[in-house]
Design a protein around this ligand. Structure first.
Ligand SMILES: [Zn+2]
Length: 366
């Protein structure tokens, strides 16, 4: 059994014990800045806090001039790790079952920092690259969305997916958020129903045409929230709905979202009400093909380490989606932080070490 005598595990334990929810990442940022400064680098925080509302900016560190690629992890956790009590099993670390472990994404951070420290200590030839630690990944991806990198940066390697090491996300769906407001006119439902315009009735008519669930192999749609009305004897003048459409096919998302807008506007017009449908990208889809340099680089690293290189499609968004949307061809690499966001979250010692080996291969010359 490996415990805290393993320096990589020790680093991981120090990091998971820092409590930093989205928007409150400063203690992790401070830790990372100290770590990198001790290694002789010059990390800084960017200006993104003004946009994200976090208590820190993203941490950015240009290594050997900053190079043409970025290695990135996020600093926030989806739930608190304040009371985390790590339990050491033969092959893995778990929490005691009452909290998350925090491996998402502190495992990624540990792996990358440990690799860099090792490269420095062993005087390996380190490639020029930029190291980034983002805020607000778990809430809005706003840290990475607000990240302004040097135009020389063309590729990205994100260490933040639960896939066992060897796995990597080269393809991800995108998602638009739908925020719908239907406006009618209030009136007494018994005395003067004719004078009212029922916003719920309009919404029901539009929702009857909504394609719920898995629309096709590439696309899903959902209405997840509905709020409206005041009392049983009042014709409701407002109902608000929130939902999403996600697909690996960008046109499919846009087409479906526009259809939703049309159905609500038509139903509103029919009854003399109004519908406002706000359509906004939460994260955009991406696809890095096997012919692209980033794919081949990741595949090459996995092969060199004897890992089974497995490209995967993700149905969730990550900072890799933001990088791709900003023109940086980015892949999300598996760290093995399994069951993320759940009390059953765990990481295998082998995955923690393999992640760090992957990071070391990426940042050094072979
Ligand atoms: Zn994550």
């Amino acid at each position: 059994m490996k415990t805290t005598t393993d320096p990589l595990v020790s680093l991981f334990l120090e990091l998971i014990k820092i409590d930093a929810l989205s928007g409150r990442e400063k203690p992790v940022a401070d830790y990372i800045i100290r770590f990198l400064t001790d290694l002789g680098f010059e990390p800084f925080t960017d200006d993104s806090a003004a946009i994200t509302g976090s208590d820190t900016g993203n941490v950015v560190c240009k290594i050997n001039g900053g190079g043409d690629f970025v290695v990135l992890c996020h600093m926030d956790t989806a739930r608190t790790t304040k009371e985390v009590k790590p339990v050491f099993h033969d092959d893995r670390i778990t929490s005691d079952g009452t909290t998350i472990l925090g491996a998402d994404d502190r495992a990624g951070i540990s792996a990358v920092l440990f690799a860099l420290r090792k490269a420095v200590a062993e005087k390996k030839a380190i490639r020029p690259f930029t190291l980034v630690f983002t805020t607000c990944e778990e809430s809005t991806l706003l840290g990475s969305k607000s990240l302004q990198l040097d135009p020389a940066i063309k590729s990205g390697f994100v260490f933040d997916t639960w896939l066992p090491t060897g796995g990597f996300v080269n393809e991800s769906c995108g998602a638009v958020a739908l925020a719908i407001d239907v406006f009618g006119k209030a009136s007494h439902s018994g005395v003067a129903p004719e004078k009212g315009i029922n916003a719920i009735q309009i919404a029901v008519e539009a929702l009857a045409k909504f394609s719920f669930g898995r629309i096709n192999a590439d696309t899903t749609a959902n209405i997840g929230l509905i709020k409206g009305g005041e009392a049983t004897n009042v014709v409701p003048d407002h109902v608000g709905l929130e939902g999403e459409v996600r697909s690996k096919n960008r046109e499919m998302v846009e087409q479906e979202a526009q259809a939703v807008r049309k159905h609500f506007e038509e139903a509103a017009a029919k009854y003399g009400g109004k519908a406002q449908v706000d359509i906004r990208w939460d994260f955009e889809p991406y696809h890095i093909s096997p012919q692209e340099a980033e794919y081949q680089r990741v595949e090459g690293v996995m092969k060199r380490l004897g890992l089974d290189a497995k490209p995967c499609l993700s149905w969730g968004g990550s900072d890799a989606n933001s990088l791709n949307a900003n023109g940086i061809r980015a892949i999300n690499i598996g760290t093995g932080a399994q069951n993320p966001h759940a009390n059953e979250e765990f990481i295998l010692y082998s995955d923690l070490h393999n992640s760090s080996h992957i990071a070391l291969e990426l940042i050094t010359f072979w």
